[in-house]
Design a protein around this ligand. Sequence first.
Ligand code: NAD
Length: 428
Amino acid sequence: MSGLAFNPFAMAQSQFDKVAQLLELDEGTRELLRNPLREYQFSIPVHMDDGTVKVFRGFRVQHNDARGPSKGGIRFHPQETIDTVRALAMWMTWKCAVVDIPLGGGKGGVICDPHNLSMREQEQIARGWVRQIWKNVGPFNDVPAPDVMTNSQHMLWMLDEYEHLSGGHYPGFITGKPVGMGGSLGRTEATGFGVVFTIREALKTMGIHPEGTNAAVQGFGNVAQYAVRLYTQLGGKVVCVSSWDQTDQTSYTFKRDTGVDVDELLKITDRFGGIDKQKAEKLGYEVLPGGAWIEQEVDILVPAALENQITEENVNKISEKVKIVAEGANGPTAPEADDVLRKRGIYVIPDFLANAGGVTCSYFEQVQSNMNYFWTRDEVLGKLDVKMTEAFYAVHELAERRKLSMRDAAYVISINRVAQACKDRGWC
Ligand code: NAD
């Protein structure tokens, strides 16, 4: 992370303001869309395993629900702030709109560090989060999902608590549930695969076959693992991934010129996506500083860990060879760095398009949960490919036609759709 003063919400608003200007949006619509419609902050008291009571801070932000129920994940993170949640909620609004699914944007979180919490303590936090907010969320107004350091088990605890409080079965309350308990096949792969569907199409527009291309990936969590898997299946080579080391409290890059092997690395990766560096060295990986992923001589960079990773300070370390930056993470590129990428002619697939596979599949999960009829994995991933590919070309064609960056074109499409829904409802 560069600089303590980084504020993701200020960044999200500045991206919005720029496009609002471009679209000549009226003042009222701008004011409505540059801030969340609703936000909640609350305390979650937990009886810890050592007998003490600890109070955790929880959040839920509903940025906009003009197009449908708010949708967005819940993060468990020690550095969570309300501004991070606001930014992520706003990006969810644009993400749902860019892939044209009938959902709005929301996000939630709890300031906590699951590394230092037992499963029982995490369950209490998950259930406590629902107890504080259940009247303001639900299948028809706001549908949560997993995000950083939360998973299907947390979602199931949350569903159980919600159903207990509301006295019925509402599998459409939450997505990212375990398969067999209302979850959708394909959801685990969806975000990473979605990133690669957009990379595949971007390469196609450049007349490049994925075979023979290579990539460097930041992160080795859910998004990164499945992105590496599918990109490798398409014939590409991933030369490095990176991860956070809990013991050393720093990140490392794991590089192997012959390419990384997901299955092999998974055997030495903890449940938070942290790779064991001694074991990695034995497998022939070079262990480099965390920032090394960005300096690799590759065709494609995939930041898939955290926000604010490509900044003014490191953007010039990006090799001449790089043609595509596919933003798997939310908000990985700071605005100043984005300007540099644009000037250098690097094709950026913006976060809310590139990583929209997760929410698209969550939408499929909701549809299936509501019908109580579940599709096969191939059916889910086939529908996902169609949605992502359509969204990619809508953005790509607008970017070409209006000489816009991919990010601005994606914003133009999303903001137009959301502004129109607000107008149609008579809000502004
Ligand atoms: P995850 O918790 O599964 O994995 C995060 C990975 O990043 C881990 O390997 C961790 O070790 C690594 N990491 C953490 N800090 C790092 C650092 N400073 N440098 C290098 N690596 C670091 O998370 P995820 O679900 O893969 O999500 C990654 C990003 O993608 C987040 O920005 C998230 O908001 C976004 N995202 C996720 C989904 C989804 O469906 N999982 C959907 C859309 C967007």
